[in-house]
Every structure is written in C-alpha cells, then in structure tokens.
Design a protein around this ligand. Structure first.
Ligand code: 2XT
Length: 132
C-alpha cells in the first residue's frame, strides 16, 4: 500500500540528525516532492524531482519557501530516479543524500534550528520514514 500526500508535524529534527524516507516512485510519475520546514508556508527545503512537469524533464528542483514566497531555485541535472522503482531520497539537515553517492547541499535560508514539518506530495508512495 502507498501513503500519498503525507504530512507530519512536530517531528523536531535537529541539525545533524537524519530523516530517511523510503518509498516507490509511481510508474507514471510526473513529479514528487519532499518538504521540510517549520510549516507548509515556511520550508527549509522543497525537494522536487520532476520527470515531466512545468516544462522540466528529469530535473531535481530544490527551493525554500518563506512566508509563502518561493526563493531562488537550485536545479540539479543529475537525476538518479526511475519511474516505478524503489528509492530512498534520504536527507539530513539541508544536505540531501540521493541514491548512489550523490549529495545536494542546500542553504539553510530560513536559519531554522529544528525542523517541525515534513510532507510528501505527488507521485511517490511512502513505505517508511525513519528518524535517527
Ligand atoms: C520561466 C518562468 C517561470 O518559472 C517557473 O515558475 C514556476 C512557478 O513558480 C516554477 O514552478 C514552481 O516551482 C516551485 C519550486 O521553486 C514549486 O515546485 C512549485 O510547486 C509547488 C507545488 C507543490 N505542489 C504539490 C505537489 C508537488 C509535487 C507533485 C504533485 C503535487 N503543487 N504545487 C512550482 O509551481 C517553475 O519551477 C519555474 N521554472 C523555471 C525554469 O524557473
């Protein structure tokens, strides 16, 4: 079974701690997103792999959201995701470890000490989330 559109609050993840999200990319995935922050309107990291969305093909878009305003996008061309596969786009405090050895570092633009909010959106079915 898949959990789509998941929102967790009060997760209280601090710098150096790790969140490991495991799940499956939908076979017909267009895009999915993992969001970390204080709340839905204040995101430290919006991590958005796009298979075919907003005119983007197989690009990872990362951004921050502050008071509902998007920051400047960071676009990563390395795209280690396949539609229909199991994957672990795991992440730590604004350092995102991707499948394989690839990492994306993203500035802590909101200067959050801890993350309270985690959400998963789009074509990704969550199978497990681990905090350690
Ligand atoms: C060239 C001038 C226009 O630029 C375009 O402006 C769009 C609107 O700002 C940019 O798209 C937005 O990029 C944001 C990150 O910078 C977010 O990804 C915006 O999506 C927010 C969102 C989440 N969700 C839920 C969701 C997420 C994933 C899959 C399914 C539902 N629905 N909308 C998404 O609409 C889009 O990335 C941007 N493209 C470029 C090339 O800059």
């Amino acid at each position: 079974c898949f959990c789509k559109g998941l929102v967790l609050t009060h997760v209280n993840v601090k710098a150096g701690e790790r969140i490991r999200v495991k799940g499956k990319v939908a076979p017909d995935a267009k895009s999915f997103a993992l969001n970390l922050g204080r709340a839905g309107s204040d995101l430290l990291l919006h991590f958005n792999p796009r298979f075919d969305c907003h005119g983007d093909t197989r690009i990872i878009v990362c951004n921050s959201l502050s008071g509902g305003e998007w920051g400047e996008e960071l676009r990563e061309a390395e795209f280690p995701f396949q539609q229909g596969e199991e994957t672990k786009p795991c992440r730590t405090e604004v350092m995102v470890k991707l499948p394989g050895d690839q990492e994306i570092k993203f500035p802590n633009r909101l200067g959050l000490e801890a993350v309270q909010f985690l959400s998963v959106e789009g074509d990704f079915g969550v199978k497990s989330i681990k905090f350690d």
